[in-house]
Write a protein that binds this ligand. Structure first.
Ligand code: ADP
Ligand code: SF4
Length: 688
């Protein structure tokens, strides 16, 4: 298929200083949980994006010196020759696909406490570490400024040696260069503090250093935020931001402009929609002749074209859309819009970095597995046998297994008890703020339409006999899990004994099926993710008087890993939900809950007519065990069945990303003789 001419502009080349991008698709720097620790995985992951058509592919934040060390977060580095070799492995791959390779040079300041290197970080003043660690930075003196310029120069020269094409000064997100810009942080009274001109001095010097060192061959980019740097009631545009920008507008070769607030730039779809950065940067292009790029979690080519045509940006910046679909540019170019795997804005990808583990994605189960398992987002190995596979359950695990097995060429029977596909994503996407979850189902359903070897049966609640009747060679049980009503969870490992009024105890499944309490209700959260806050806010808005009781010290603590915690807690405060922290439920008689303090075990009473238990999920594995037992007992009778497996939530309840991954893994492991899927390659960096 040919691309629609409306999208031609996205495929026009663009000059960025001394280099040229073949098109307008710009993968902005984004973390991957790999950095300097997993160079092979990183190189292959970025290479797949170049193969998928991205004109520019950048690294994650890349430290210029050991005093800017962010361990346990896996950043990249350009400290020595071993880094040069590791990066070169990647740039060679990017160039093979005609992509421009960029590196984001980074000095963290007080935000990086250098726990690994134990070198003291320096900053505008002696500031406490923003992650809450009990360390402060050193205030920069005259020698420090000379050193910093030298470190930028050395790192830029190494970047050139590694054959990068773009080198960045990272001047936002509360790292060193950003802190110098801000009047509410920069309290210096020397030539680097005070007036806007003085506060822009360091950035101007660093741009000059980079230009002098490598500007003949490499483009110099700056990542920048002209907003007022507030987490609450953040002003996207300030006079001071504009004044600052005016002083530097023509200095670099490219501007990568974004909000300084992670929760806006990187907010989950629960709180932030497509294009949220626009108010933070829309005026920038009018003030500079240099190309401008910005992100906005754009997955629709129409929105992308509109950004360029309206003069907001010259290039479409993307991190998450390029993770969910590394082949997004190619698919637009080939007019295959229905094949685009749209990001759902869940930020599971970001959790990889925050947890110090390789990146993962709900929509793209292959991300991070390109090198160590040899997985590809678009290609699958052909089937190795004529086997047929029955998949029971069409939630994310069953859907992805059917999709990948079908693509491999196997005969697949997918049976689903409900009248529609999607399992938990269908139910959850009907809750307020989770509508984008449905893309997990939509993408896969769309793909089935092209696969005549995948037969889908809805309204088919299979029992043991039904399973045997299909005569399938392999059986996959993907029947999911249900929320528990008995209180069982991380803080009640054998459940709560004294739930006398069990008819007044609800679960998220009840709520999602439309069976909701009225009046006073307690949401008991021992799960720490999105489900309890989403239900609490919804019921409060429906007129209930909600009290949120949790064993945790905060709302949605897992949200800390996905840039959602702050927004989740703020939303409940704004909705008027009452919150009680660090309390466990001991008993409930239909009128009162006995609470116990998590720290002291002191008891108190809380009046309520209903509880919604958000504690843990119970795998729907009865069918699996029944079949397994029958097959064990009647080995001779069931010789035609080659294997039975359970996958997804039926095996171990987890975020949707894990179910999709489990489906893919099953599909790629079937009849695999290479062993690569079972014993993944380990990425070990031997250093210099
Ligand atoms: P996962 O996240 O592991 O994919 P889900 O709970 O989202 O799990 O999906 C499981 C799906 O399995 C649900 O749509 C459910 O209706 C379906 N299901 C459960 N038991 C059966 C069964 N016996 N036959 C067919 N479908 C089933
Ligand atoms: Fe998008 Fe979620 Fe994938 Fe991240 S993990 S790219 S937010 S779908």
């Amino acid at each position: 298929m040919k691309r629609d001419s409306r999208f031609d502009i996205l495929f026009e080349p663009l000059k960025i200083g001394p280099v040229t991008s073949k098109n307008r698709f710009y993968q902005v720097p984004h973390c991957t949980g790999m950095g300097w620790q997993r160079p092979n995985m990183l190189a292959e992951m970025r290479s797949i994006k170049a193969e998928g058509g991205w004109g520019v592919v950048n690294t994650e934040y890349c430290s210029i010196h050991p005093s800017s060390d962010d361990v346990p977060y896996p950043y990249a580095s350009l400290w020595d020759q071993s880094d040069v070799r590791a990066h070169h492995m990647m740039t060679k791959k990017l160039h093979k696909h005609n992509a421009v390779a960029g590196v984001q040079l980074w000095y963290g300041g007080a935000n990086a406490s250098s726990q690994y290197t134990r070198e003291i970080p320096m900053d505008v003043n002696s500031r406490p570490n923003a992650d809450g660690l009990p360390y402060q930075s050193r205030k920069m003196d005259k020698q420090d400024f000379r050193n910093l310029r030298q470190w930028y120069k050395d790192a830029a020269l190494r970047a050139k040696e590694a054959e990068f094409d773009i080198v960045y000064a990272y001047a936002t997100h509360h790292y060193l260069l950003h802190n110098f810009q801000l009047s509410d942080i920069n309290d210096r009274n020397d030539e680097y503090g005070g007036s806007v001109k003085n506060r822009s001095r360091l950035l101007r010097e660093i741009i000059e250093v980079l230009k002098d060192a490598v500007g003949d061959k490499m483009a110099v980019a700056v990542r920048f935020s002209p907003d007022d740097n507030k987490l609450i009631n953040n002003k996207p545009v300030t006079d001071e931001g504009k004044e600052f920008f005016e002083l530097v507008a023509e200095l670099p070769d490219l501007w990568d402009v974004t909000s300084s607030n992670w929760d806006i730039e990187l907010g989950t779809s629960r709180f932030v929609s497509e294009g949220a950065n626009e108010p933070y940067m829309s005026y920038v292009k009018k003030m500079t002749s240099k190309p401008v790029v910005s992100v906005g979690r754009f997955t629709s080519p129409d929105s992308m074209v509109s950004q360029i045509n309206r003069g907001i940006v010259d290039m479409i910046g993307a991190a998450r859309p390029s993770i969910a679909d590394p082949f997004l540019p190619k698919k637009i170019e080939e007019g295959r819009h229905e094949d685009i795997r749209e990001c759902i804005g869940c930020n599971i990808c970001y959790a990889g970095d925050q947890l110090g583990v390789p990146i993962r994605c709900t929509q793209n189960p292959t991300i991070g597995e390109e090198w160590r398992r040899g997985w590809h987002p678009e290609n699958v190995p052909e089937k190795n046998s004529e086997s047929s596979i029955l998949i029971v359950g069409a939630g994310p695990a069953g859907l992805e297994a059917a999709h990948a097995l079908g693509k491999r060429g196997y005969k697949v029977i997918l049976s689903e008890a409900r009248k529609e596909l999607g399992g938990r994503v269908i139910l959850e996407s009907r809750l307020p703020s989770l509508s984008e979850w449905v893309r997990v189902k939509d993408y896969r359903e769309q793909q089935f339409l092209k696969l005549p070897n995948v037969e889908v049966y809805l309204n088919s609640n299979l029992n043991v006999e039904d399973v045997f009747l299909t005569k399938a060679d392999h059986i996959v049980i993907a029947t999911g899990a249900k929320w528990r009503a008995d209180g069982f969870g991380r803080n009640n490992p054998i459940g709560i004994d004294n739930l006398e009024a069990s008819n007044q105890v609800f679960t998220p499944d009840d709520i999602m099926m439309g069976h909701c309490p009225k009046g006073e209700v307690v949401i008991f959260d021992d799960d720490y993710y999105y489900m309890a806050p989403v239900i609490a806010e919804m019921l409060q808005k429906q007129g209930c008087q909600v009290t949120f009781v949790t064993t945790s010290d905060m709302i949605c603590s897992f949200g800390n890993y996905i840039s959602e915690q702050f927004s989740a807690q703020k939303a409940l405060i704004n909705a008027g939900v009452k919150m009680i922290f660090s309390q466990n439920i001991h008993a409930y008689d239909g009128n009162n809950i006995d609470l116990k303090c998590m720290y002291t075990e002191r008891s108190s009473k809380l009046k309520t007519k209903a509880i919604v238990m958000v504690t843990a999920r119970l795998p729907n594995d009865k069918l699996y065990y029944k079949l397994q037992n029958l097959i064990e007992v009647g080995k001779d009778k069931f010789t035609s069945i080659k294997s039975i497996r359970r996958i997804g939530d039926c095996e171990a309840p987890a975020p949707i990303a894990s179910a999709v991954y489990a489906g893919r893994k099953y599909a790629l492991e079937l009849d695999d003789t290479s062993g690569i899927n079972y014993s993944m390659c380990r990425d070990i960096n031997f250093g210099s």
